[in-house]
Structures are given as C-alpha cells and as structure tokens.
Design a protein around this ligand. Structure first.
Ligand code: NAD
Ligand code: DAU
Length: 351
C-alpha cells in the first residue's frame, strides 16, 4: 500500500481531492496534515473520517520535527501539497503569514522529502531506496500575472505575480524547481485556474455571491466587474492532479484549466437569475488593489501529453454548486463564525 501525504486536506480542494483518491485508488493510504486555520474544516471530510485508509493529523507544515516524524512513521511515498494561505484579499491586508506558510512551509516539506527519499544510488542522506516517489506542488495560474485581451498562460511564460499571495506561490514554485535541479528531487508543479464547487470557503467569489444572494444581502462586485477568470470545477482539478501525480513526467510543470473564461459580473448575474433574485442586490465597490484583469489557461500540455480532460460543463457545474449550497445550510451557518464576520465587516466598512 502506498502512503500519500496530503497537506491542507481540510480545505476546499484538499478535501475534495482526498475523497477522490480514496474512491479511485482504494489501495492508497492518506495522511492529511492540516493546521485547521480559519479555512480548514473537518466537516468537509465527514463522510471519510472513519475510512481505515485515512489518518488526520492536526499540525503545521512549518513544524520540521512533526513533518520529519510523519515521513518516518508512515513511510511517505508521495506528497501532494495543498496547504496554503489562499485568499488574495487577505494577502493584501496582511502579507506576512502568506510568506511564512506558503514559502517556508513548502521548504520544510521539500527538506523532509530530500531527507527521507533516496534519490540516486550514491545519495548520502539516506540508506534505503524507496521506489516511485513524487512531490507534487499545487500551484496557481496567478504566478504568471495578468493577461491583456488576447493570449493564454502557457507553462514557459515568465513568472510575474502581482499580489503578495501570488508572489508567495511563485516563490514556492521556484524553490520546488531548485530542489529538483539541485538535489534531483522528483517533482511536478501544477498551475490551475479558479476553482468552484462544494465546500469552498465563502470568502471566494462564487460561494460568497451564492450565500449572500440566498440571504438577500448585497453582492459586492469589485471595480467594473469585467475582470475575467477561467473557471474549473474542483472535481476536474482533482482528476487533473491525480493524472499528474501518476502520469506526469518528472520535473515538469502542467497548467490545468478547462477553457472557460467568464467576466465576474456574468457569474454574479448567473447566480442571481438561477436563484430568482433581483439585480438590485449588486453593489459595485472599490476595486482590489493591483487587481489582475484577465486569466486564461492554455491546457494543451496536460490534455495532449497526459490525456486529461475536464468532465463538467460550467452550466452543469454551477447548477450543482448552487444546489449544494442551498442544501447545506448547516455547513454554511457553522462556517460563518465571528472571525469571518469580523473580517468582512472590516473589509466592506465605509464603502
Ligand atoms: P483553502 O484556503 O480552502 O485551504 C487551505 C488549507 O490549508 C486549509 O485547510 C488550512 O487549514 C490549511 N493550512 C493553512 N496553513 C497551514 C499550515 N501552516 N499547515 C498546515 N495546514 C495549513 O485553499 P484551497 O482553495 O483549497 O487551495 C488549496 C491549494 O490550491 C492552495 O495551495 C492554492 O494556492 C491552490 N489553488 C487554489 C485555487 C482555487 O481556485 N481555490 C486554484 C489554483 C490553485
Ligand atoms: O486563479 C487561481 C486563484 O483563484 C487561486 O490561486 C486562489 O487561491 C483563489 O482564491 C482564486 O483567486 P482570485 O482572486 O481569482 O479569486 P476570488 O474568488 O477572490 O476572486 C475572483 C474574482 O472576483 C476576482 O476578480 C475578484 C472578484 N471578486 C471577488 C470577491 C471575493 C469580487 O468582485 N467581489 C468579491 O467579493
């Protein structure tokens, strides 16, 4: 049985990924290391919490001793690294935790992999050769910066991140690359576009708009609402990461996206009309500083080389997502904690 260390598995994408892997690879064992920050939620994993091939460990990826012990005790063969501070607006408010978690946390995991995996026969760091190991860094299309009206992000573009969040993710990518080039660590980096789907924390555009709309609250659209994002259902992101984990060529970067560009205002209007509410709920608010205008993924490499393709249409994915939020009011109410409300009161006060 192969043990996979999933970091950040109590978050939005990580929790969807763990369920996906336990279903598709019942011969795998998953260790989920998550600090349970405001974004981590064990409710997301209720249906698999008693699975005999699954263990949850509450802890910090920056804790070297803990990470080292996990590698020894569970004989980790693969790492899928999701854990991060993930919200751009929060990184503008307070960048430091982004640099600490996203950059230094990544280095701790890389050091543990380097220590515990015998990369080549004369590796002086460890004595036992473990076959078939891989470290997969879950990155983001935001590392490429912003696009104008034309063009798409391909893997060979320079990294030009614009927010503290994307700068921290780009830094981590470069360290992962350096551990591959310098120490021969077997790695892949995936760079996905915006995800949506069940269990997304309601600070991000789609769940925030769905929940506010259900509750007849204002829908805060930044700037002119014409910024473009390239949306992918979280389950398609999970299947793409699975594909790269098992089939990706060592050392390679793979972009992930489903050719689905939408302006923010289109998404908000779709949510309003699906829920039968009024456009009067829309409130144009102050723009995000340094707001990236457009993202779009060129997915040629992962589709042609690895044969991955998305399965959801945006219409079907959004219909199911809106239904999921309508049917999971308890999950929503538990999440809307005092901390969350305080953050949003501060963000939107005086607008
Ligand atoms: P999320 O904010 O929902 O979840 C992050 C998880 O990481 C939480 O469970 C949190 O508790 C955990 N975490 C944070 N700091 C930690 C630490 N120091 N130690 C251990 N655990 C810690 O994030 P998400 O949206 O699921 O994103 C997951 C990953 O995917 C991130 O690396 C993000 O950059 C990347 N990504 C996200 C998207 C998207 O649209 N959401 C798109 C592309 C890439
Ligand atoms: O592209 C991948 C990235 O997508 C991930 O790496 C990030 O972790 C993830 O948070 C996401 O970043 P964005 O900044 O694109 O997502 P967000 O949901 O915060 O915003 C999407 C767009 O909607 C963006 O143009 C800002 C706008 N927006 C967002 C919020 C929360 C609004 O207009 N109003 C809002 O209230």
């Amino acid at each position: 049985m192969e043990t996979i260390l999933v970091t950040g598995g109590a978050g939005f994408i990580g929790s969807n990924f763990i369920k996906h892997i336990l279903q598709e690879h019942p011969d795998s064992y998953i260790v989920n290391l998550d600090l349970l920050t405001y974004a981590g939620n064990l409710e997301n994993l209720k249906e698999i919490e008693n699975n005999e091939n699954y263990t949850f460990i509450k802890g910090d990826i920056r804790d070297r001793e803990l990470v080292d012990n996990i590698f020894s005790e569970f004989r980790i063969k693969k790492v899928v690294h999701f854990a991060a501070e993930s919200h751009v607006d929060r990184s503008i408010e307070d960048p430091e935790i982004f640099l600490s978690t996203n950059i230094l946390g990544t280095q701790v995991l890389l050091d543990a992999a380097k220590k515990h995996w015998k990369i080549n026969p004369d590796d002086k760091y460890c004595d036992e050769y473990i076959d078939n190991v891989k470290y997969l860094q879950v990155s983001t299309d935001e590392v490429y910066g912003a696009l104008g009206k034309e063009g798409k992000f391909s893997e060979d573009l320079p990294l030009l991140p614009n927010s503290p969040y994307s700068a921290s993710k780009a830094s981590a990518d470069l360290i992962v690359r350096a551990y591959h080039k310098t120490f021969g660590l077997p790695i892949n980096i995936t760079r996905c576009s915006n995800n949506y789907g069940p269990y997304q924390f309601p600070e991000k555009l789609i769940p925030l708009m769905i929940i506010n709309c259900i509750k007849d609250k204002e829908l805060p659209v930044y700037g002119d609402g014409m910024q473009i994002r390239d949306w992918l259902h979280v389950k398609d992101h999970c299947s793409a990461i699975e594909t790269v984990l098992y089939k990706g060529r060592i050392g390679e970067i793979y972009n992930i996206g489903g050719n689905n560009e939408k302006a923010n205002i289109e998404i908000v209007q779709l949510i309003i009309s699906t829920l039968g509410k009024s456009n009067n709920l829309i409130k144009y608010v102050k723009d995000r500083p340094g707001h990236d205008r457009r993202y779009a993924i060129d997915n040629t490499k992962i589709t042609t080389e690895l044969g991955w393709k998305p399965s959801y249409t945006f219409e079907q994915g959004m219909k199911e997502t809106i239904e999921w939020y309508l049917n999971n009011t308890e999950w929503i109410n538990n999440i809307i904690s005092n901390d969350y409300m305080k953050y949003y009161e501060k963000m939107y006060s005086g607008i």
